[in-house]
Design a protein around this ligand. Sequence first.
Ligand code: HEC
Length: 464
Amino acid sequence: MRIKLQNLLIFCLLFGSGSLPAATLLAAESATFNKDIAPILFKNCASCHRPGEVGPFSLLKYEDAKKRAEFIREVTHDRRMPPWKADPDYGHFADVRRLSDDDLKTIDLWVKAGAPEGNPADLPAQPSFAEGWQLGEPDLILKMPEPFSIPAQSEDIYRCFVIPIGNETDRTVAAVEFRPGNRSVVHHAILYLDDSGVARRRDASDPGQGYRSFGGPGFVPTGGLGGWAPGSSADRLPDGVAKALRAKSDLVLQIHYHPNGKPETDQSQVGIYFTKKPVQHMVTGIALLNPRVDIPPGDRNWEITDGVTLPVDVLALGISPHMHLLGKDMQVTAELPDGSVVPMVRVRDWDFNWQGSYRYAEPVRLPKGTRIRLIAHYDNSADNPTNPHSPPQRVRWGEQTTDEMCLCTIQVYPERPENLRQLFKLPHGRLGAALAGGTLPESGWQTLLRRVRQHLSPESDDLD
Ligand code: HEC
């Protein structure tokens, strides 16, 4: 840097050019906030780091970024931010959040130069974000019945809210949008369906709105409508593909709240968009699940595996790995009958708070006979900062913070609609179907399938 400044000085002396702005020259050699850093932050960080959003501070203004310059460099270089846990070299996903190596170099240059502001004329316009429903007015809006209070200081809160839907018949769903009521505290949400009444009973037995939960909703769901995390876009299925909403279902909205230092309330909403075009395929799920989780205390790298062989040709739309606080890494691979290997997902540094659903950029075709394998590791040592036990204890399968899970749901549809039944018959096929938004064999599915085969006309699918 010193040499560069000297050069600049010599340059100015030689040419006597007081008119040449020094900032321009410096900008070419280092990086400034206005010219180089603001575009990176606006594009990759502002969705969460702006007033009212989940990020703990705004990164829209120079002063905000300057005082955290070193911190920004650190969290971007070790890839903690923007949060995106799936390995980008392992599977082709939609909406990947990741800085390029060039972005990282620019941040580095900027920090080394002392985080200069630069020329005000270089500053791009502040980013704008669409308000309201991103997919347009939903056919059905489901809202938490009353605001839920989140105290200023507390542990993170995991709670399920039961919202009756009241649909008299089975419906097919094309898209779902979750709209957090208070973005500064809603960390993520998972949308389950229940038509068994169990969730209502749980709600009734727990004081206050909703009931406590952690890793799962506390019952075996009979359907699902996806999930939401900050920065994720609304879940729209490809044309002709639908999720099932069985008659008389309750929506069970599981929300993870992260208190932000001020007392807050939240009243989140879910928008449902029914299919308007003929349905050709019903979504279902393949659950890779090994309940034989039994992790000895102190073990730093406890391994568990699972596998399933596909009975029919499927197209995979997305994948959702799930572990709790001891989870370390998870990898899912598909070995095709021709011997080729398709990477499905790899998370190397699992973080319960950033568990996500990853949507493939294009549906991944997996032919009959494909072997899908899962391998996961857990750290039950005292060195794991998220270990819920001190000192470490034996940990087994369960839904509580202190339990563990080994589960990965792959959202798929069979290439031939009538093959749905074979997928239900896989181990944990029913749970997989429910978690992925499918329907279950004993109720509704024949009707839905018949409607799929008849290429249901849009008019007959009006709201009941
Ligand atoms: C999808 C939402 C989201 C995006 C996008 C995002 N952040 Fe964050 N960021 C958060 C949240 C939430 C936290 C609070 C810690 C946590 O929950 O992991 C956070 C924390 C941080 C922290 C503090 C880390 C700590 O250990 O306390 C920094 C610094 C940061 N973000 C910088 C960035 C930068 C720079 C970008 C863009 C390159 C970015 N973030 C993009 C949501 C986001």
